[in-house]
Design a protein around this ligand. Structure first.
Ligand code: GDP
Ligand code: GDP
Ligand code: MG
Length: 321
């Protein structure tokens, strides 16, 4: 990540490793069983490996893709030892993970393509939208950017108060209205305030909606339209928040959301405390949407810019020098 002079902090990697602990041990225990008593990668090992990946929530299509790549390698090199398998998987998985588009600053300190840079955050109830907004706001603030939050989740009574608490923690400002207000109107007011007062980053919270509720999806489109009228090209990012611990259910939510809204990046929360972290690999590959942030705890610091290299390192250990 030398692109913006961003250096990975050592404690970030430690948080990440701790966050992925359950996924890693789960995956390795299964891998060990799959290769037990074997020296080379043969058809039986590949079959077992396929099962390991599927049961680690990598997803069927992505698993097939990884297996095919390893098969090709075995066919080419004739002999691939089971000891090489881990390195092979690391490489193939890193290849499958997508990078972020350069116009969507990956690093909080990076220059913004335009201001206000507007980010709309969507997802079903309870996945961690509001919490992630609080964390993202904090990180932007720490990087010296001015941040304004828009409380466009007007549906639930406590939603605005919850965002308000996060605004306090992150020491940023918030635009809010009463419960039941039109979310599009809140978004509109937030963007108007951001323009008038020169805020650099705007984060819009939205009501958790079920992906099968057509009316609510329409409302989301309306919020989008209203923002674009206020600030050209807004929202510049639409982040879909998914709870990684829900595994394949998160995959289904993602499929439905991406059909209804133009999602530019994923936030995978609650990676701490789940063994289903394999979802990070599959979801990004199958939807062709990059994972932008990951949540590894409930605290304000527990959010990281997703980095493919750190992720595979945390999953497989750093490669032997
Ligand atoms: P929303 O309904 O999508 O806005 O979800 P909230 O932000 O209210 O979060 C729901 C719950 O998930 C809260 O109890 C959060 O503390 C928790 N949560 C959010 N992100 C994470 C995370 O990365 N790790 C853990 N362990 N909990 C999280
Ligand atoms: P449409 O559904 O695409 O026709 O969008 P509208 O023009 O009806 O606007 C959608 C919502 O945005 C409305 O419910 C308004 O509350 C809000 N809105 C639009 N213009 C303004 C404005 O100038 N000020 C405020 N505060 N809200 C606005
Ligand atoms: Mg919320």
């Amino acid at each position: 990540m030398a692109l913006f002079g961003f250096k990975r902090k050592k404690e970030d990697q430690t948080d990440l490793e701790a966050g992925l602990e359950k996924t890693r041990t789960g995956l390795f225990d299964k891998l060990k069983t799959a290769v037990a008593g074997k020296d080379t990668v043969d058809d039986e090992v590949l079959d077992d490996l396929e099962e390991v990946l599927v049961t680690s929530d990598v997803g069927v299509n992505t698993t097939i893709e990884i297996i095919k790549r390893i098969e090709a390698r075995v066919a080419r090199d004739k002999y691939v030892s089971t000891r090489d398998l881990q390195e092979l998987m690391r490489g193939e998985i890193a290849d499958l993970l997508l990078s972020n588009a350069p116009d969507r600053p990956a690093d909080f300190g990076a220059p913004l393509p335009s201001t206000p840079h507007v980010v709309m955050v969507v997802g079903v109830n309870g996945v961690g939208k509001t919490t992630s907004i609080g964390k993202i706001a904090h990180h932007y603030k720490q990087a010296g950017k001015s941040v304004l939050l828009g409380a466009a989740d007007t549906f639930r009574a406590a939603a605005t108060e919850q965002l308000d608490v996060w605004a306090g923690r992150a020491d940023v400002e918030i635009v809010k209205q009463y419960q039941g207000a039109d979310p599009a109107a809140v978004a509109f007011d937030t963007l108007a305030a951001a323009k008038a007062r020169g805020f650099e980053v705007v984060l819009i919270d939205t009501a958790g909606r079920l992906h099968n509720q057509v009316g609510l999806m329409d409302e989301l489109s309306k919020v989008r339209r209203v923002m674009d009228r206020q600030v050209d090209g807004a929202p510049h990012e639409v982040l879909l928040v998914l709870d990684a611990s829900t595994g394949q259910n998160a995959m289904r939510q993602a499929q439905a959301f991406t059909e209804a809204v133009d999602v530019t990046g994923l936030v995978l929360t609650k990676l701490d405390g789940t063994a289903k972290g394999g979802i990070v690999i599959g979801i990004s590959n199958e939807l062709q949407i990059p994972v932008k942030y990951i949540g590894v705890g409930e605290g304000i610091e527990h959010l990281q810019v997703f980095d493919r290299a750190s992720f595979v390192d945390a999953l497989f250990g750093t490669p032997a020098a």
